[in-house]
Design a protein around this ligand. Structure first.
Ligand code: C2E
Ligand code: MG
Ligand code: MG
Ligand code: MG
Length: 278
């Protein structure tokens, strides 16, 4: 530390331990991917004006034999570095589509895609096509969520793949909007159907007028481009009111529903009578 930031000393015992732990976790991840030893949680997506259920977002969970449930933030970066995200992402798509096929009517499922899955675009498109076919799920019921990071490295390649996916009939969602590096130019050049406002802005809405102004502006921007807008991370009734006032039509958050096991999602979707999706 005395040598300042950026000077890594690999010979320190603490470093060795961290490396060993990382190696062990990579091994465990590889085994878990081979076994499909993961779980999906499903978080409800609602209309904000009348609280209709329109779908669920599939969220990956790793029940680790020794460490308990590991949240995605703790292993997705590792899965991306190691390339394991490709088979893992395919597992998520298959499982999410199969689950959604058991839901009534038009209830949709949203699946997160990481930029690493776009390295082989043809394979990704085939994986999506196969997952839909195996589950017999209409593509119109699958939403694919991507983040701004995807658009930074090779926007041309990303654009071509997103257009292919859209041709299948899936819709494309720009996730965590406002937190990445993408320029507004990408927004009109890319075939998005929906914007998801990052929850940091929603969290700031009640106490911070500037956050509220940003949310209102993102909603107006999305609508003027013909996109539907979802707010994520809604935790209070006040936020619902404030979002309704902006015209934001869709919402997701602990107030409306926590991520839940597949069976609970199925029961919930059956209980609410065949809702019409957006
Ligand atoms: P995300 O796609 O933005 O998903 C929303 C995250 O916000 C989820 O965290 C969800 O549990 C959390 N959340 C929802 N409502 C609230 C709320 O009201 N308050 C708070 N504080 N949090 C809320 P989770 O499940 O831990 O996932 C984190 C991220 O991991 C996701 O962010 C997504 O980027 C990534 N991820 C999850 N599943 C997958 C997957 O299958 N593939 C890929 N590539 N990434 C995934
Ligand atoms: Mg998402
Ligand atoms: Mg999000
Ligand atoms: Mg987020």
């Amino acid at each position: 530390k005395q040598e300042g930031p950026g000077t890594a000393r690999c010979l320190e015992p603490g470093m060795d331990q961290a490396l060993a732990a990382q190696r062990k976790l990579t091994q465990d991840l590889r085994l878990a991917v081979a076994d499909g030893a993961f779980d999906l949680a499903f978080q409800p997506l609602h209309t904000l004006a009348d609280a209709r259920l329109v779908g669920f977002e599939a969220l990956l969970r790793w029940p680790h034999p020794e460490r308990g449930l590991i949240p995605p933030a703790d292993f997705i970066p590792l899965a991306e570095e190691t390339g394991l995200i490709v088979p893992l992402g395919a597992w998520v798509l298959r499982r999410a589509c199969r689950e959604a096929a058991s839901w009534p009517g038009k209830v949709r499922v949203a699946v997160n895609l990481s930029p690493a899955q776009f390295h082989d675009g043809a394979a990704l498109v085939q994986t999506v096509r196969d997952a839909l076919a195996a589950a017999n799920l209409p593509a119109q019921r699958l939403e694919l969520e991507v983040t701004e990071g995807l658009l930074v490295r090779d926007p041309g390649a990303a654009l071509a793949i997103l257009e292919e996916l859209r041709k299948l009939g899936c819709s494309i969602v720009m996730d965590d909007f406002g937190t990445g590096y993408s320029s507004l130019a990408y927004l009109w050049r890319f075939p998005f159907d929906k914007l998801k406002i990052d929850r940091s802005f929603v969290a700031g809405m009640s106490g911070e007028p500037k956050a509220a102004a940003i949310v209102a502006t993102i909603v107006a921007l999305g609508h003027s481009l013909g996109l539907a807008v979802t707010a994520e991370g809604i935790e209070t009734v006040g936020q619902v009111g404030a979002l309704n006032a902006t015209g934001c039509e869709l919402g997701q958050g602990y107030l409306l529903g926590r991520p839940m096991p597949a069976e609970a999602a199925r029961e919930l979707s059956e209980r609410v009578s065949a809702p019409a999706a957006e």
